[in-house]
Design a protein around this ligand. Sequence first.
Ligand code: ATP
Length: 341
Amino acid sequence: MSIDEVAEAAATPAARDSQPLLEVEDLRVRFDARGRRVNAVNGLSYRLAAGRILAIIGESGSGKSVSSRALMGLLPPTASITGSARFRGTELLELSEKEWRKRRGADIAMVFQDPARSLNPTMRIGTQITEAVRAHSSGDKKAARERARELLRLVRLPAPERRFHEYPHQLSGGMRQRVMIAIALAADPKLLIADEATTALDVTTQAQIMDLLLELQQRLGTAIILISHDLGLAASYAHEVIVMYAGRAVEYAPARTLFDRVRMPYTQALLGAIPRLERPPHAKLPVTPGQPPDLTALPPGCPFAPRCSRAGDDCHTKAPPFAEGEPGHWWACWHPCEGAS
Ligand SMILES: Nc1ncnc2c1ncn2[C@@H]1O[C@H](COP(=O)(O)OP(=O)(O)OP(=O)(O)O)[C@@H](O)[C@H]1O
């Protein structure tokens, strides 16, 4: 089945209603520090089925990382989290730190933007992956080393035998990111969150890492959440896309539907700012005129209204619900676009 066929299948109610891997409902994250309250995530809900690729896109500060870190128990103590995030039926938001230590990386693993900072510079690559394997298994060291070698081959690291004995600084950025992906896969997670995992890489290497993630999703059935500023990346690789603004989902649809029939003016502004013919394959989110709202003082209406060319008086007073306007296609807007980007 091609990605397009998979995406089409996802739009059917049957596929949507099948047992989801992850169900996020009304997730809210607030930071209280030094007398300031930052409302970083403000009622985010979505479902992800096993083996699917979901892209979460939005401008800087829209809550993409914070909402995903909440799923890994990685937020600081200044964060108050409410709502629900069920992974295969288990409520993640109620886990204790002790339970997190056992589970983190096992069910859900995360790959970040900067592999140089995530790897230990003083430890050989092979040792770091072996330790990750041992953290999640009861097998002996020899078996863990063998599994580490297998993981390096799985992520297609060139010359894996030689690299096994090398240090991070001896590898290129793309190779280091392959090592981070190998570490993330050590416990065979069902969900991999890639938080801007290719942003720091050159365009060719970006494409290679994305192709690797796609291959892993197809071979291992790992679901992937791609957090990105990159619309082209979402269009090329994701089955479904969530567009976030001010800590909320403002549009959600199968990738093709979203790019063919945009409804939310914010998404259209993001897409429309780059002329289609000139749109490079990995176009970064352009800056839409105006500023994102102050998360310490959110307006009563639609948070995008002050920047929106379609906004009416109602938009400034009453927040539009995030609702399924067409089968499989959700948006939060009182005056949606006509349906073509
Ligand atoms: N520890 C924290 N304390 C206070 N505010 C925070 C903290 N972490 C994040 N925030 C705020 O929460 C909001 C959402 O941040 P988040 O990192 O999720 O955005 P993002 O969409 O991932 O942006 P980027 O693409 O720049 O990473 C931002 O305003 C950010 O400043």
